[in-house]
Design a protein around this ligand. Structure first.
Ligand SMILES: Nc1ncnc2c1ncn2[C@@H]1O[C@H](COP(=O)(O)OP(=O)(O)OP(=O)(O)O)[C@@H](O)[C@H]1O
Ligand SMILES: [Mg+2]
Length: 384
């Protein structure tokens, strides 16, 4: 017996996905239904990356088709996640719009060396694996490390002609578009930048570059909470910031300052959450070297989680301290690219949380306006 597409759609009309209001056919979540002999393929596009909702939708589809259409049909459900679109109210967009770029996420920390760049690189490749179009902008004027982490340190962006204008073409690897301040500075040159200089250079890297369409642009910020950061926020409409910290007290104190900087009344960049890096040490081959317990909390336990609770910002997840993450960074191939590993799993969870928080942020808040700094010394800033 051949299965009719109409019958399947009718059956799917009885399913509602949590948070999407209408049934999955009416809401447009069902993108395509293909039948082939006794096999049914349903393509679904959801606006949430939450794993439990995706699993629930898949289970509901299979169950409903078996109950209402054909008890023996083989059902395959392919689920894609819609990129969170930026809010479209033009009256609210005051910052210089960046055509084609939907969400700009700043990756920050207070303290240096806690793993911002490592986390940014792995977030980028995980977002890309989830099907998003991703760019990464290395804004670390003190020590740009993204080119090394993506194995493009020897490359230089080419120039392309876009609508009669010459634009920089981001370098690309692993499907990620990359620009770094490091492409334009000598590695051994001590770069002494002031905020406005850095902001000007970053503006060029953003507005004079041919980024094309991006769902996410990640900005790897330099460590600290100084005038460079204010200058960056002056020039860019940042959707939200994620703050990276280790569980150690000195890092947490700086992370607190980082969150406070974004929350400053006249800056007001939403903090999407805190990521804890180096949460615990896991030896590569614990049994072979005779170590019974697999987790060593060398920087303390759950410090960033508690900080997130204290500051009432989402806790986005933890990344263990493992040798292969460092090795992968040095080798220019972010660790999360390797499939079926605990590292991939950890970054998938964190990335899902980041996307979810971005969706929530875009539903609830207007686009962040670019910030105009009036006085640098007192770090005081006003919105345009
Ligand atoms: N989870 C981890 N496991 C093992 N090594 C890690 C981990 N996270 C970061 N590292 C290593 O720690 C070092 C510092 O990380 P990274 O450069 O990402 O920090 P950062 O916060 O960007 O530093 P900076 O403030 O200088 O920009 C690097 O050698 C990196 O490979
Ligand atoms: Mg860094």
């Amino acid at each position: 017996m051949s299965i009719s597409k109409q019958d399947i759609l009718k059956a799917l009309e009885t399913i509602t996905v949590s948070g999407e209001g209408k049934n999955m056919v009416e809401s447009g979540a069902v993108q395509n239904v293909v039948t082939f002999a006794d096999e049914i393929i349903v393509d679904l596009k959801l606006s949430t990356p939450a794993l439990h909702i995706k699993k629930r939708a898949e289970a509901d589809i299979i169950k409903t088709i078996h109950e209402k259409v054909d008890a023996n049909a083989k059902v395959q459900v392919n689920i894609k996640v819609k990129a969170p679109a930026k809010p479209q109210n033009p009256n609210l967009i005051k910052g210089k719009p960046i055509p084609g770029i939907q969400n700009i996420i700043a990756v920050a920390s207070g303290k240096g060396g806690v793993g911002k760049s490592t986390v940014a690189a792995n977030l980028a490749v995980t977002l890309s694996k989830m099907g998003f179009k991703v760019g990464i902008l290395d804004a670390d004027i003190y020590g740009p490390s993204i080119p090394i982490m993506f194995d493009v340190a020897m490359e230089k962006p080419l120039s392309v002609n876009v609508g009669g204008k010459s634009k920089m073409k981001p370098v690309e690897n692993y499907g990620i578009k990359i620009l770094s301040i490091g492409f334009f500075t000598q590695p051994d040159q001590a770069v002494i930048w002031r905020g406005p200089m850095a902001a000007k250079a970053l503006n060029q890297l953003i507005f004079d570059a041919a980024w094309g369409e991006l769902d996410f642009m990640l900005i790897d910020l330099p460590p600290g909470t100084g005038d460079i950061h204010l200058s960056i926020m002056q020039s860019l409409p940042i959707t939200g910031a994620v703050v990276v910290s280790t569980p150690q007290n000195v890092a947490l104190a700086d992370a607190r300052k980082g969150v406070a900087m974004f929350r400053q009344e006249n800056i007001d960049v939403p903090v999407l959450g805190i990521i804890e890096n180096m949460s615990y040490f896991t030896p590569a081959v614990p049994i072979a070297i005779g170590i019974p317990e697999n987790k060593y909390y060398i920087f303390g336990k759950e410090g960033a989680k508690h900080l997130a609770e204290d500051l009432e910002v989402p806790f986005l997840g933890e990344v263990p301290l493992v040798q292969s993450i460092r090795e992968a960074g040095d080798a220019g191939r972010p660790a999360a690219l390797q499939t079926a590993t605990p590292i991939e799993e950890a970054f998938e969870e964190i990335t899902r949380n980041v996307v979810e928080e971005t969706v929530r942020r875009n539903e609830n808040l207007p686009p962040t306006e670019a910030i105009k700094i009036t006085t640098m010394a007192g770090c005081s800033a006003v919105k345009k």
